[in-house]
Design a protein around this ligand. Structure first.
Ligand SMILES: *Cc1c(COP(=O)(O)O)cnc(C)c1O
Length: 306
């Protein structure tokens, strides 16, 4: 249903890697679609099919003002001929930032709600209220994480098994992408998630997502192999971008031809190189770092690559 471009693997060279005797490849999944990039493509794939199967005309979802998910849903709705509604946390700020401008230009209707109301976004009562305000719609949770998102990410993971590598490293927000990938790998690769949020809840969150998914699929003893979430690379918290991280992103772009976003993949690459230095990865092994996209977010930062 959605356009998809097959994506390259980029070899990354760095003195730190040579010293540690490990190889680092970057799966450039950010290049899979011009607007619905990286993991968001895979998280939306089966949600779009389901919305169509249910004969829905409108997609409704939730996000912050810089959300990659809002951006992707606006583009996906347009490409697949759905109307779209974005419930945005906080007050309207004009002029619109590049993310929300893109969303409205691609047909998304934006509704701003207070932080207090936004917190109710998963409550049945609140969804009923939204239905009385907006009529019939297919609802996609914040960040796109639900069982159908896991299904898409699991399918993506299976395509990666053709590649020769030992560890997959990726940036995690809700953990939906990582949970889906763990399902798809079924223990055939080790997975390391880098939390972009401050706090220690992601391991539990991913465990819950895996449990719910296995129960829905009636799988009694699923295999996931070795996985963990590293929680010390958030750089101050979600969407916090200190200068050291900006400088790192600029260097990655200028010296390694690798464009990164400040919220997710910048923190991922930083973490991978730090863990290589610390000897986390076995000598002789290959790491596949997953570029999950999100480069639209870089447009909201001045001169990030210069
Ligand atoms: C949304 C997003 C993530 C986080 O995905 P989760 O499934 O919420 O963990 C990672 N990277 C990028 C670029 C994203 O846009």
């Amino acid at each position: 249903m959605l356009h998809y471009e097959s994506t390259p693997v980029q070899e990354f060279h760095h003195a730190v890697l040579e010293k540690a005797g490990v190889r680092l490849l970057v799966k450039r999944e950010d290049l899979n679609h011009p607007f619905i990039s990286g993991n968001k493509w895979w998280k939306l794939k089966y949600n779009l099919e389901e919305a169509r199967r249910l004969n829905k005309k409108t997609l409704l979802t939730f996000g912050g003002a810089y959300s990659n998910h809002i951006y992707a849903v606006a583009a996906a709705a347009e490409e697949c001929n759905f109307k779209s509604i974005g419930i945005i946390r906080g007050e309207e700020v004009l002029p619109l930032n590049p993310t929300l401008r893109f969303a409205t230009e691609h047909g998304m209707e934006l509704h701003y709600v207070s932080r207090e109301d936004y917190r109710k976004k998963n409550e049945a009562d609140y969804i009923r209220h939204l239905h009385s305000a907006f009529g019939d719609f297919y609802s996609i949770p914040e960040g796109g994480t639900n069982s159908l998102a896991l299904k898409g990410c699991s399918e993506f993971a299976e395509t990666l098994l053709n590649l020769d590598f030992d560890y997959l490293c990726l940036a995690s927000g809700t953990g939906g992408t990582m949970a889906g990938i763990l399902e798809g790998f079924a223990g055939k690769r080790e997975v390391v998630g880098i939390s972009v949020l401050k706090g220690d809840f992601l391991t539990q969150e991913i465990t819950n997502l895996l449990k719910t998914s296995a129960a829905e699929k009636k799988i009694s003893s699923p295999v996931y192999g070795k996985w963990q979430v590293l929680t010390s690379y958030h750089h101050g918290g979600y969407a916090k971008v200190p200068d050291v991280l900006k400088n790192f992103i600029r260097e990655m772009y200028q010296q390694h031809n690798l464009p990164l976003d400040p919220v997710y993949t910048g923190k991922l690459m930083w973490a991978v190189l730090e863990e290589v230095k610390k000897g986390f990865f076995k000598r002789g092994s290959t790491i596949l770092a997953l570029h999950t996209g999100g480069l639209q977010g870089a447009a909201s930062y001045q001169n990030l690559y210069e």
